[in-house]
Write a protein that binds this ligand. Structure first.
Ligand code: AMP
Length: 218
């Protein structure tokens, strides 16, 4: 059941660092990250019906249709591991998804604490994402220059299986950025009007950005 405690939403362009920051926040606040991208990728690798429907949209950098995402979220959030609170990472990404989340909040007595908008300019995103590498085993992300992946056998979470996501190739990055500006950025005004939005400068070190986030959710 959804908790009435710390529920947060992360908004920001792909590659803004949401996943990495989410991991730190969840560890320190005892809440659970819900990354729609991770759940979709796991469905794609299992070739579940959802994965099969979502794969082509994801490979092209397009959004997966709202009805698929909303059904997925409805199923996910009733799991007991989210009972202390949820950090939504990568959801909502459209106004219909945000409205669906509002309805779920009403239904479950869910309290939204803050919407964290992680701001990073496009040029920086392109440099970050084209060097990004991901791990199929532990879902962590690395950067070939700034945070190189571990030797596969030395990963502290099992054997790392490092790869470059199909949608981290340059042409798809540009497409994903334009999808963000067109379809997701209207959420900024949506949550600003609700008095929930916090602007976070995503350009500092991991620790600097984390401190800014902490200030907003304490
Ligand atoms: P991410 O890892 O969050 O960048 O997500 C990777 C891809 O999964 C996106 O480019 C979309 O194709 C899809 N996706 C993830 N979350 C959503 C969402 N909330 N709505 C629609 N598509 C999504």
């Amino acid at each position: 059941m959804i908790s009435k405690m710390k529920n947060l939403i992360f908004i920001g362009p792909p590659g803004a660092g949401k996943g990495t920051q989410a991991e730190m926040i969840c560890k320190n606040y005892g809440i659970r990250q819900l990354s729609t991208g991770d759940i979709l990728r796991s469905n794609v690798s299992k070739m579940s019906p959802l994965g099969i429907s979502a794969k082509s949209f994801m490979d092209e950098g397009k959004l997966v249709p709202d009805d698929l995402i909303i059904n997925m979220i409805k199923e996910e959030i009733t799991k007991p591991e989210y009972s202390n609170g949820i950090l939504f990472d990568g959801f909502p990404r459209t106004i219909p998804q945000a409205v669906a989340l509002d309805n779920l909040m009403d239904e479950f007595g869910f309290k939204l604490v803050r919407v964290l908008l992680l701001e990073v300019p496009d040029a920086e995103i392109i440099s970050r994402l084209s060097g990004r590498r991901s791990c199929r085993t532990c879902n962590r992300t690395f950067h070939i220059l700034h945070n190189p992946p571990p030797d596969p056998k030395e990963c502290d979470r099992g054997v790392c299986d490092i790869y470059q996501r199909e949608d981290d190739k340059e042409e798809t990055i540009l497409k994903r950025l334009s999808v963000y500006h067109n379809q997701t950025s209207p959420l900024i005004e949506y949550y600003e009007n609700k008095g929930k939005l916090a602007h976070i400068n995503g350009l500092g070190t991991l620790e600097e950005v984390y401190k800014l986030i902490e200030k907003e959710i304490e």
